[in-house]
Design a protein. Structure first.
Length: 200
């Protein structure tokens, strides 16, 4: 069984979080992809986010009609920042028969040596790296060990068409009560944000 793990703050979840994952699931034959809203993202210290369980609820609402895409509250239950290696080891214990794929962006791959136990991450999961058209890995600026990893079978670069939407812009629109671009956010998510005034 092949599964994908996709973490993030999802504040709010939008089309840019869905379209690449649908394509990855199709292209790689993933049985399911598990979204992991993070209570305390270690790479965003001090940034104010919508409440963790509100972000989890938005992910659930956005995925209701998405075949093979699921949400997990695992990273919400920790009383500390959620580190990717801990999450991978958790799912290895829960699904010992699964081949785990970790879905990340190109910028995250470049920063991988800054992640806790990054070598163990690469050993525990195949890395599926979303890249945009025109994005190239600047190997000369990277540590040789990361370059070697990028050239190995442990990493698969998946080029994706750009999705012109950002959580920052969406939060601004929602805070002002303005409509969001068509297709950018699930109507259920917009309704939830408006009901609970998440970004006001």
């Amino acid at each position: 069984m092949k599964i994908g793990l996709f973490g993030g703050s999802f504040d709010p979840i939008h089309a840019g979080h869905l379209l690449p994952v649908r394509e990855a699931r199709r292209a790689l034959g993933l049985e399911r992809v598990i979204y992991l809203p993070t209570a305390v993202p270690p790479h965003k210290p001090g940034r104010k986010l919508a409440p963790p369980y509100a972000r989890y609820a938005m992910v659930e609402l956005a995925l209701l009609d998405e075949e093979g895409l699921f949400a997990s509250p695992y990273e919400l239950t920790l009383d500390r920042p959620a580190y990717t290696i801990d999450t991978l080891e958790h799912f290895q214990r829960e699904m010992p028969e699964a081949e785990i794929h970790l879905l990340i962006g190109g910028d995250s791959f470049v920063d991988l040596p800054l992640w806790r136990r990054w070598r163990d991450i690469a050993a525990a999961a195949r890395l599926i790296v979303f890249t945009r058209p025109g994005w190239e890995l600047e190997e000369a600026a990277l540590p040789p060990e990361l370059v070697s990893l990028a050239r190995s079978e442990r990493v698969h670069f998946l080029r994706q068409p750009p999705v012109d939407v950002s959580s920052t812009r969406l939060r601004a629109l929602l805070a002002r009560g303005e409509p969001v671009p068509d297709g950018a956010v699930s109507p259920r998510v917009v309704q939830y944000v408006q009901k609970y005034l998440l970004y006001r």
